[in-house]
Design a protein around this ligand. Structure first.
Ligand SMILES: C[S@@+](CC[C@H](N)C(=O)[O-])C[C@H]1O[C@@H](n2cnc3c(N)ncnc32)[C@H](O)[C@@H]1O
Length: 265
């Protein structure tokens, strides 16, 4: 594992309980939208949830009647979510411990945007899905920095937060590779998928109030390990400072999402 990949995994491991509390609520809305965009019914199908995190996509898939197996690089993320979780295993999306054609479909919610080689990852998804099966994935579309995100970063910096290098690398170098509809479609096509479609739209994730935005942003993997290292008083003071800085008239965060749907030939 590369140094930055190891740091990313460590950050997710350290933030897993916080992620399960707040970002999961936001990502559940996005997971529901991703699964709702499946080009065929997934009811009764064996589906792999890749980069499953705290289980949002698995939950949406189970709701659609699928039989789910979940994989993630980070055991602590797989351990969140309680007794209703799909069975899972630690695995890198770049090299899944699954034979070819093992599942009917594969879904990856907001994972390709973490990967240096998203084409290899999509090819790996295609390898494990039987011929004709669907492959779904989501990434964030490139957008100007949302004011609320800047406010949170500035408030955290005042408490000593320094952006971790893995996160800077992800935002600057890695994420742009799948942050436009044409690029994501090109990745899917280069990976050998057919019937490639990318739907781009803003999603109302309910990040509307300073309290919700503060909890969501400060529990993301780039912040949560720093926040967890603060004593109780400083942690509460940081949350209060973020809420005050956002103010009651904060513009809601509505991420613009790219939803990829394609098939294995
Ligand atoms: C932003 S979270 C998304 C979680 C979930 N799919 C969702 O939409 O709520 C990204 C997840 O991808 C996982 N991840 C990152 N790189 C990975 C890789 N190479 N292989 C498998 N999982 C990976 C992280 O551990 C994390 O759980």
């Amino acid at each position: 594992m590369s140094r930055e990949r190891g740091s990313l995994a460590q950050a997710y491991a350290a933030s897993a309980p916080a992620w399960a509390e707040a970002p999961s609520r936001i990502y559940q809305v996005l997971a529901d939208a991703l699964v709702a965009g499946a080009p065929v019914s997934l009811a009764g199908r064996h589906v792999a949830d890749l980069g499953a995190g705290t289980g949002t996509v698995s939950r949406a898939l189970i709701g659609a009647g699928a039989r789910v197996v979940a994989f993630d690089l980070v055991a602590e993320m797989l351990a969140q979510g309680g007794p209703g979780r799909a069975p899972g295993a630690v695995a890198d999306l770049a090299a899944l411990p699954v034979t070819a054609d093992a599942v009917d479909a594969a879904v990856a919610g907001f994972v390709l945007n973490h990967l240096h080689d998203p084409t290899a990852a999509v090819a790996e998804m295609a390898r494990v899905v039987r011929s004709g099966g669907p492959v779904l994935a989501s990434t964030f579309a490139a957008q100007p920095r949302h004011r609320a995100k800047v406010v949170v970063e500035e408030a955290a910096a005042a408490f000593g937060y320094i952006e971790p290098p893995w996160y800077t690398e992800m935002k600057v170098e890695v994420e742009p590779r799948t942050a436009r509809a044409d690029r994501l479609a090109a990745v899917a096509t280069a990976a050998g998928l057919v019937d490639v479609a990318v739907d781009e739209r803003a999603v109302n994730v309910g990040a509307d109030t300073p309290e919700v935005i503060a909890a969501y942003r400060l529990s993301m993997a780039q912040f949560a390990p720093f926040v967890a290292g603060l004593d109780d008083q400083r942690r509460q003071a940081l949350h209060a400072a973020v809420i005050e800085a956002l103010g009651p008239d904060v513009e809601p965060i509505r991420p613009v999402v790219l939803f990829l749907a394609a098939h294995v030939p």
